[in-house]
Design a protein around this ligand. Structure first.
Ligand SMILES: *Cc1c(COP(=O)(O)O)cnc(C)c1O
Length: 375
């Protein structure tokens, strides 16, 4: 039996909604399905404004424009993250400033942020790794004191809470991903969430190629014109129709993923007691969305053997990320603030297990194979 790392879950209604978009004859962006998805996010997250984009990467690029990033500005972020977190700001000429992560949640260490702030710092970008919230109260307090913007990279964080508040509702802006490896999917897809009311109007303009098209359609201006920089950041209706089917089932999908996550967590307790692995740590003030189940092996050698052993048993487990500070681009354009000992340690030891809706019936087999390969 082959167990893939990821298998995109479909609700069964995707094609039905796509056929409706087809029948409506509205295929460009911002039709009925996009509006429904935007409204769903605004309700679920409680953000001021949600705007679908064609990826989380695109939404991050929008945040860099909206934050008015200028060449030489600095943006603080973890080194242990996906490249888009840094690329979006580098594209505007900013210097990504890397800070180490916490050993428990693998999120940016909030106590190391202040030391990285200079007169050039413009923004802090916490990444909610594995859908577990960063220590947002501390981060928002630091940002307020230094007059900085906070942009939550909540690519992995839909349906998660920090102290009862949904991820994406806390920073000045936030981004979501609907890539097929995430919890709620449209193949490629994402959203920009705006919480600072003064940024909403410009967000709509930047997303529509720098035009005031949205205001024109609402009858707020009598000419449709080029008023700002921008690009085409919106998805077409076919993608939004697909996504709508997923949003309708978001609660159910999250519940099923949490069951799988909890099953892994219980079954690996004995191995943790034997110090063969370490399981994920979720702080009591966070409720998560089971985006990811990972194990920490003792070292890189043990991890390489683990992945190879599982591959021989037809189970596909993967690792990530190459720390950005040590990548060719990070070394050339970034600045590392302080040592990256947790980042380097975790990057060598972490392995992600298959976690997808439908794996339930094979999960006992997967765990059995993993236990056999550990012993
Ligand atoms: C997946 C991911 C992204 C990029 O999302 P896309 O929708 O593929 O552009 C950015 N940041 C993090 C932390 C991610 O996990």
């Amino acid at each position: 039996m082959k167990i893939p790392f990821n298998k995109p879950y479909m609700t069964g209604k995707e094609l039905w909604f796509i056929s409706q978009a087809h029948a409506n004859g509205h295929l460009a962006g911002d039709g009925d399905f996009t509006s429904k998805c935007n409204a769903w996010i605004e309700n679920r997250v409680g953000c001021e404004k949600a705007l679908l984009t064609h990826s989380c990467t695109a939404a991050l690029e929008m945040t860099a424009i909206l934050a008015d990033i200028q060449p030489g500005d600095e943006v603080i972020m973890p080194s242990y993250t996906f490249v888009s977190t840094a690329n979006a700001f580098l594209l505007r000429g900013a210097i990504p400033v890397f800070v180490d992560i916490r050993a428990d949640t693998l999120n940016i260490d909030e106590n190391k942020i202040e030391d990285a702030i200079t007169s050039k710092t413009k923004a802090i970008v916490p990444v909610h790794y594995a859908g577990v919230g960063c220590e947002m109260d501390v981060i928002m307090e630091i940002a307020q004191r230094h007059n900085l913007l906070v942009i939550e990279d909540a690519a992995q964080g839909i349906m998660s809470n920090y102290k009862g508040r949904p991820l994406g509702s806390i920073g000045h802006m936030a981004t979501l991903s609907f890539h097929e490896t995430k919890n709620i999917i449209s193949g490629e897809g994402g959203a920009l969430l705006v919480n600072a009311p003064e940024l909403v109007e410009r967000a709509e303009i930047v997303r529509e190629k720098g035009t005031n098209r949205r205001q024109f359609f609402r009858g707020q201006v009598d000419k449709y014109s080029w008023v700002d920089i921008g690009s085409s950041f919106l998805p077409g209706e076919i993608i939004s129709a697909f996504l709508w089917a997923q949003m309708e089932e978001a609660e159910e999908i999250t519940k099923r993923r949490l069951n799988i996550w909890n099953t892994y967590f219980q079954w690996f307790e004995a191995c943790e007691n034997l110090q063969q692995i370490r399981r994920p740590i979720v702080p009591a003030n966070c409720s998560h969305n089971a985006h990811m189940f990972y194990l920490l092996l003792p070292d890189i050698k043990a991890r390489t053997e683990f992945i190879t052993n599982l591959k021989q048993r037809d189970i596909h487990a993967v690792f990530h990320y190459v720390p950005l500070d040590s990548s060719p681009m990070g070394r050339r354009f970034g600045r590392k603030n302080g040592d990256m000992s947790n980042t380097d340690n975790i990057a060598n030891r972490l392995v992600r297990l298959p976690l997808w809706v439908g794996i339930e019936e094979h999960q006992a087999y997967v765990v059995q194979q993993i236990l056999a390969s550990l012993n």
